[in-house]
Design a protein. Structure first.
Length: 150
């Protein structure tokens, strides 16, 4: 016990991975799992600050909030597959290639939306013209008004 307290006095001292000290980074599940996977002689050389930095760099992240978060496992006796469907706002910084693709996608949807809006407006105006009996081109009709009224 005295040896344990002596090793904890400075931040840069080494602590054996099997020892548990209240409030120590060694109690963290990620650090425990990490230290169990490497040889004991190497694991014992890590300092508290090194382990903390490892956890910050490679540790598990908190579960992100998504609008839709469906996670399930499907399988039978000999096989099993997991299925994950996530939908939510992207909060990451985009790379240059991703920015170009996002811009192209926005442009595509803007053009398609404009095309749909223009088509609906044109058909609506044509139906209003036909309802009022206005004949802009004599002896020519698309037949839409006739098709709707029959």
């Amino acid at each position: 016990m005295a040896e344990q307290q002596k090793q904890v006095t400075t931040q840069e001292t080494t602590i054996k991975p099997t020892e548990t000290i209240k409030g120590s980074i060694h109690n963290d599940p990620f650090i425990r799992s990490f230290l169990e996977k490497i040889p004991n002689d190497i694991a014992s050389t890590f300092t508290e600050s090194q382990l903390l930095q490892l956890k910050l760099m490679f540790g598990t992240r908190a579960k992100a909030q998504h609008i839709v978060d469906i996670r399930t496992v499907m399988g039978s006796f000999s096989w099993s597959y997991y299925f994950v469907f996530l939908f939510g706002r992207n909060r990451r910084d985009l790379t240059r290639a991703e920015q170009r693709m996002a811009y192209a996608g926005k442009l595509f949807f803007l053009m398609m939306g404009s095309l749909v809006l223009f088509s609906v407006a044109t058909i609506t105006l044509y139906l209003i013209k036909s309802f009022l009996g206005i004949d802009l081109l004599p002896h020519f009709s698309f037949g839409l008004w006739t098709w709707l009224t029959e």
